[in-house]
Design a protein around this ligand. Sequence first.
Ligand code: F6P
Length: 322
Amino acid sequence: MKRIGVFTSGGDAPGMNAAIRAVVRQAYALGVEVIGIRRGYAGMILGEMLPLGVRDVANILQRGGTILLTARSQEFMTEEGRAKAAEKLRAAGIEGLVAIGGDGTFRGAMRLLEEHRIPVVGVPGTIDNDLYGTDYTIGFDTAVNTALEAIDRIRDTAASHERVFFIEVMGRHAGFIALDVGLAGGAEVIALPEEPVDPQAVAETLLASQARGKTSSIVVVAEGAYPGGAAGLLEAIRAHMALEARVTVLGHIQRGGAPTAKDRVLASRLGAAAVEALTGGASGVMVGEVEGEVEITPLKEAVERRKDIRRDLLALSRVLAL
Ligand code: F6P
């Protein structure tokens, strides 16, 4: 393999730039050229490409977002869109791809491989941490720390005003961020998409903590845990108790910022491992880190198998929130 392409797609995640840098520099070490594809699959269809040399990726290791830009492409969902993308890749002499993103990115990559025989290796880049075959995805640790810093600040005002705060964190289908942030932030209640949320039970928990003398509380809600998110849950709880409460939606603040050391190390390791795998003949797989070791998992498994949340940590958060 003499020339490979690299792109980022779907929601951006801190550490994507560190992964791009690792792809370019590991490829250089192996004598392989790298072409950067801009705007994910949308840019691939339009042939938005640029050669990436070792100096082009200088000074990006510490930067959030993605220098290659990202998008969610509707056109790539169609057969015609994928055919156009494959044609552009062939015209540019790209023999294989490193796809940095989450489940939507990997589903697209699988179609490109099936329909057009373009070898691809995935690098897990999403704040959601919802991919099987890696203990952590690139960006998750940074997102958790960003949300945690916000929660610590909110706790100050919650305590001063003797209020309950309902804090919504990202995660439409996965509660990994909510669970870690809730446990690390000492939340009284953590609402996750993976567990049924009963407003009456939450009201009872809050009433019980008030009875034990608590004057303020934090409820962490993953955006997909309850219809209407944190605001929807608060409204439902108000049917069971009166409470002085406020809602804070942390939103896209969780996707930005400089990656933590942990995310930079993970991204550097997996970006390089992806190039080694791709140039060594692997395809249709994702590189991940499991118990400290780099592991290769078929893309199909990475997106279809469910990585469950740590239910023991959820139980622990309830014990410690006394
Ligand atoms: O997949 C990453 C993520 O940030 C999710 O946590 C969130 O539900 C979604 O993307 C938001 O997407 P968008 O930025 O397109 O609104």
